[in-house]
Design a protein around this ligand. Structure first.
Ligand code: G1P
Length: 290
């Protein structure tokens, strides 16, 4: 297992699908029950032992910085009122030893461009990329941790994948798979958002990646691709030509929180398991579906 200390968390999209909720607040701050998507992302990285968080932020950057920053006023209010549980929750947002950096992506030029914006912070180290609107709920180890266990010497990238319906191929990076051993699959090629007839398989990429720094040089010279954006997928396609790239079929359920339906499903699934409101919510839900 190779060492990975940094994670890039892109959060500079326009969030147009969630307007007006995202007019003044980034879509990554939308909450699943009581926790913003971006905090789920940070927690998944921490679960994988990654403690340097690099956020790529756009126009509503302050909200994200405030969320991960210290809130002295709120803390002292909670202390005064003896609200120890709430205070503890606040402190857990950024545990000891975790650092946060914020890099501005002035224009939403694509995921490849967002990753490239982090180049000066990544330097020549391995790094992960975690897209907050793909929420993965897993029983034991988080998705990134599972992938990290497979990130070995000789591999330059590992991507999370899951089987998708081919009618939705235009929403995903689709891999051309080679040999599969357990959950690990060789990747022979990758295409961003192909038509179903051009898709090499029904393995769609989910927003979790681990890279050696080699990918950065491939992203630098990339022309705009699908959707006229600089696509991470195109950088990976170039990387494949001289490096080993693997896909990992993770264990867990993925919610597409970039869509209203996926976001609502996540809210329901997390709500029914919530330690405080779970049982009452389950009862209410039963009553509604009868
Ligand atoms: C991005 C990637 C795509 C990947 C998807 C997963 O697309 O470009 O390859 O399959 O995330 O959510 P986006 O959803 O940002 O359009």
């Amino acid at each position: 297992m190779l060492n990975v200390k940094k994670v890039v968390i892109p959060a500079a999209g326009l969030g147009t699908r969630f307007l007006p909720a995202t007019k003044a607040s980034p879509k990554e701050m939308l909450t699943v029950v009581d926790k913003p998507l971006i905090q789920f992302a940070a927690e998944e990285a921490l679960d994988a032992g990654i403690k340097e968080l690099i956020f790529i932020v756009g126009r509503n950057k302050n909200v994200i910085e405030d969320h991960f920053g210290k809130s002295s006023e709120l803390e002292s209010e909670l202390e005064k009122k003896n609200k120890t549980e709430s205070l503890e929750l606040l402190k857990q947002v950024v545990p000891e030893g975790v650092t946060c950096a914020y890099i501005r992506q002035a224009e939403p030029l694509g995921l490849g461009h967002a990753v490239l914006c982090a180049a000066s912070a990544i330097k020549d180290e391995n790094f992960a990329v975690l897209l907050p609107d793909d929420l993965v709920k897993s029983e034991s180890r988080g998705c990134l941790k599972q992938m990290l266990e497979e990130f070995e010497e000789g591999i330059d990238a590992i991507l999370a994948v899951e089987k998708i319906s081919l009618s939705e191929s235009e929403k995903y990076g689709i891999v051309d798979p080679g040999t599969q051993r357990g959950r690990v699959i060789d990747v022979n090629g990758i295409l961003e958002k192909p038509l179903a007839k051009d898709a090499a398989s029904d393995y769609g990429v989910v927003g979790r990646y681990i890279f050696t720094p080699k990918i950065l040089s491939f992203l630098r010279d990339l022309p705009a691709g699908a959707g006229n954006e600089i696509q991470l997928t195109d950088g990976i396609a170039s990387l494949i030509s001289n490096s080993k790239v693997k896909a990992y079929e993770f264990e867990g359920v993925r919610y597409d929180c970039g869509s209203k339906l996926g976001f609502l499903k996540a809210n329901v699934d997390y709500a029914v398991e919530h330690p405080i409101i779970g049982s009452e919510f389950r009862n209410w839900l039963k009553g509604r579906t009868q």
